[in-house]
Design a protein around this ligand. Structure first.
Ligand code: TXA
Ligand code: MG
Length: 305
């Protein structure tokens, strides 16, 4: 297994590998993914095995243009088109009725498919060089933290990849927002890189399905967790370890910015760092209870179980 920096050669090697049926580590603006050619059933099944993920938990299909979306779905309602125009390429995933191009292995048997056009330039170059839609779940083991740096991909995952393209740290750092557009009203199934307010500015009021376990099949309550016990508190004491919003009182306290998108971009990599230190417990100061923090609260609550 190789970790390669992006170049014309490495991008071509990634595309050749994918077209041979291999899995690769794909950088995106949200988190690193495990990419496979979405129409290769065998490669898709290996993605589930590698993540130790239940087969009913569907994958997101990544493409590089709106034209390609048309092949994957049978209908695009007006509001979905407006969301795509506003936020693609970017950290938004849209669920639509699937066409027969997408094998049932990708969608866990559902009649809908989740689609996203990532904004990470390297991700788009790899999709274009491959010439196929790519299924890509986050490159973590089921229930573990998602990697936001190539070096945070777990060894067990690396073993199943032919190569990883290291596209640097992920800017957004939290997974995409998943919006179900297969029904008459858009519904947010997973908060993420695009906020509810941004979505509502484009399509008006949306319904929100939180907690998510019922609609988004992959949204188990405990998720995105460090291995170290993790707890949310008002304020850390002088000898506690964890994430603070105020100046650190010891070396095992890491301060994150009081601004939700900057905090979000640092969250997983900070938890990863703390998780490596063999601490008894990681505490985290509860961020402000305002709507811009919705995606961060979602991940913190899930990490706390
Ligand atoms: O930011 C992201 O979305 C990253 C990067 C790699 O693109 N990918 C990602 O994939 O987070 P994954 O597999 O870890 O999460 C996909 C989420 C799951 O919660 C799944 O249930 C939901 O999308 N999903 C996928 N297809 C769906 C469908 N047809 N209907 C409802 N939810 C779906
Ligand atoms: Mg995931």
């Amino acid at each position: 297994m190789k970790i390669l920096l992006p170049s014309d050669n490495s991008i071509q090697e990634a595309a050749d590998s994918l077209n041979r049926g291999d899995l690769i580590g794909l950088p995106t603006e949200t988190v690193y993914g495990i990419a496979a050619v979405a129409t290769n059933r065998e490669a898709v099944l290996r993605t589930f095995e590698l993540k130790r993920r239940p087969s009913g938990n569907p994958l997101i299909v990544h493409v590089s243009s709106m034209d390609q979306v048309e092949y994957l779905v049978t209908a695009i309602p007006e509001f979905a088109r407006r969301l795509g125009e506003a936020f693609w390429p970017g950290p938004l995933t849209i669920v639509l009725p699937k066409s027969s191009t997408i094998p049932p292995e990708v969608t866990g048997g559902l009649e809908t498919v989740a689609v996203r056009i990532p904004s990470h330039k390297v991700a788009r170059l790899i999709i274009e060089a491959t010439g196929a839609p790519l299924s890509a779940p986050s490159a973590n083991l089921f229930m573990a933290l998602s990697p936001t740096l190539a070096t945070h991909i777990a060894l067990e995952i690396l073993e199943g990849l032919s190569l990883v393209i290291d596209g640097g740290p992920c800017d957004i750092g939290l997974e995409s927002t998943v919006v179900d557009c297969a029904e008459s009203v858009p519904t947010i199934l997973r908060p993420g890189g695009i906020s509810r307010q941004q979505i509502e500015a484009v399509v008006g009021a949306v319904s929100v399905n939180l907690p998510l376990e019922r609609r988004a099949p992959g949204s188990y309550l405990r998720h995105y967790s460090p291995r170290t016990p993790f707890r949310l508190v008002d304020r850390l004491g002088p000898s506690d370890a964890g994430i603070v919003l105020t100046p650190p009182q010891n070396d095992n306290q890491i301060e994150l910015p009081r601004e939700p998108s900057r905090y979000g971009s640092m969250l997983y990599r900070t938890l990863f760092t703390l998780d490596q230190r063999g601490l008894a417990e990681i505490l985290t100061e509860w961020p402000p209870l305002t709507p811009e923090w919705e995606a961060v609260w979602d991940r913190l609550r899930k990490a706390a179980g």
